[in-house]
Ligand binder design. Structure first.
Ligand code: NAD
Ligand code: G6P
Ligand code: MN
Length: 442
């Protein structure tokens, strides 16, 4: 059996140790011969790499391991690039969240002006990763979950149309895990789903068990009362109080269209005013993550290094990230697994822009994804998606053309922003904060 070689781009990510443990747990399904970490912050990556090296020595000493900041070393002899970079790191996420909030607008990692700012930072570096891959390992595939995935996906579609990059998000997976729990199923894979939308902007239209029985009525009954909060405790990712609020809020989002079940991110667009009221402009999710996940991960890594063993580590296998293995297997073994991916619409949603990057079910095989036909979508969702996809396309155009006007239009069009005046105030603050990262706008 062929063994694969992978580079983790963004090796210093807080998600890296959990993903490495997940990969080690899946070696029978997806054998690995080499793991390389690549990052542009050596100091940050080294902390994670030193710990992961010990984990690998203890669990799979046959796997070759190295960490580097040199693109040629990182991208040579690679089958898969697993990309999760955060351009500007948490310091810039904090600004993405706080600057809009200062002007009374939603401050969020991927939604609204914060997502636009993050997108402007991410387009260049993600394209750089694609170019390294194509230069040093032209047969490799990139599995990208770097955010903001919607804007990054549109940028690669437009600027690198032939590149072998698959954009995927774990939010629908996280929600489906909760749905399965609500339904009393063992696994989300016991459900067959239909879904359409943009990334962080979509709806389930059909959910059935493997026998074809409709599970939507039971789910709707629950979501109407509790959102996506199951009766029993949830383990793993997205468990903090602020995430719980988001899952609970799905009950109000659901009321707007009771034929479908919504992605949790829609709350930022449909209940923007409430979100702002409930936000603390001095302490946002970035602060929560820095004080929580980041401290924990880096603390554990240092402990492993100091003690020279990972035997007593509190790191857990990131179960939910096993979708990455499903995707790599689909490409490597032509499994034809059905997965939600962010792909060019190309007619799948009949009454929607064929050039839009949409999140829809695809059959994934060695040739990549084959999107399934969605058909026509209702006016409500179509209207919202047309507005949002225009935001995403205008950001990419603004980046490619250095256009202040187009970026102003993008922020103005976001449903989270009340007027062109407020959009301009936010934009001017964002330009100042992102000087180091954005192209200069004219
Ligand atoms: P993090 O800041 O802990 O890690 C990101 C790493 O990327 C850092 O070590 C940083 O130095 C590195 N980096 C930044 N710019 C780089 C560049 N140009 N080249 C190489 N490395 C670079 O962030 P995190 O919270 O662990 O998240 C990582 C990414 O994964 C983010 O984009 C986040 O939004 C994304 N994410 C996506 C999903 C999804 O569903 N798609 C789920 C979780 C996280
Ligand atoms: C979900 C989304 C990701 C996002 C993450 C943020 O998993 O799908 O795209 O990056 O949430 O989580 P955090 O814990 O960093 O706020
Ligand atoms: Mn996501």
């Amino acid at each position: 059996m062929k063994k694969f070689s992978i580079v983790v781009a963004g090796g210093g990510s807080t998600f890296t140790p959990g993903i490495i443990l997940m990969l080690l747990d899946n070696l029978e399904k997806f054998p690995i011969r080499k793991i390389i970490f690549y990052d542009n912050d050596k100091e940050r990556q080294d902390i994670v790499a030193d710990a992961c090296e010990i984990i690998l020595k203890e669990k799979a000493p046959e796997i070759e391991f190295l960490a580097t900041t040199d693109p040629k070393t990182a991208f040579t002899d690679i089958d898969f690039v697993m990309a999760h970079i955060r351009v500007g790191k948490y310091a810039m996420r904090e600004k993405d969240e706080k600057i809009p909030l200062k002007h009374g607008v939603v401050g969020q990692e991927t939604c609204g002006p914060g997502g636009v700012a993050y997108g402007m930072r991410s387009i260049g570096p993600v394209i750089e990763l694609v170019d390294y891959m194509e230069k040093y390992s032209p047969d490799a595939w990139m599995l990208n979950y770097s955010n903001p995935a919607a804007i990054v996906a549109e940028a690669t579609r437009k600027l690198r149309p032939d590149s072998k990059i698959l954009n995927i998000c774990d939010m629908p997976i996280g929600i489906e895990v909760r749905m399965a729990q609500i339904l009393g199923l063992e696994s989300r894979k016991d459900m067959e789903i239909k879904y359409f939308g943009l990334n962080h902007f979509g709806w389930w239209t059909d959910i059935r068990d493997k026998e074809g029985n409709d599970l939507m009525p039971k789910l709707k009954e629950h979501v109407k009362k509790h959102g996506y909060v199951p009766d029993a405790k949830v383990e793993g990712q997205h468990v903090e109080a602020s995430w719980n609020d988001t899952f609970a809020k799905a009950k109000d989002v659901y009321m707007l269209d009771q034929k479908t079940l919504p992605n949790t991110y829609l709350k930022y667009y449909l209940f923007s005013d409430e979100v702002v009221e409930h936000s603390n402009p001095d302490y946002t999710r970035a602060n929560e993550v820095m004080d929580g996940r980041e401290k924990f991960i880096f603390g554990e890594c240092k402990k492993i290094k100091e003690s020279g063993t990972a035997k007593n580590t509190e790191f857990e296998i990131d179960e939910h990230a096993s979708y990455i293995v499903d995707l790599a297997r689909a490409i490597s073994y032509n499994t034809k697994e059905r997965m939600l991916l962010i792909v060019p619409n190309n007619g799948a949603i009949i009454n929607f822009d064929p050039t839009a990057m949409v999140e829809i079910p695809c059959i994934v095989g060695s040739q990549g994804p084959e999107p399934l036909v969605v058909g026509s979508i209702p006016q409500f969702q179509k209207g919202m998606m047309e507005q949002q996809v225009s935001v995403e396309k205008l950001v990419v155009e603004a980046w490619a053309e250095n256009s202040y006007e187009k970026l102003w239009q993008a922020i103005t069009l976001s449903k989270t922003v009340p007027s062109a005046r407020v959009a301009k105030l936010i934009l001017d603050d964002l330009i100042e904060a992102n000087k180091e990262y954005w192209p200069e706008l004219k």
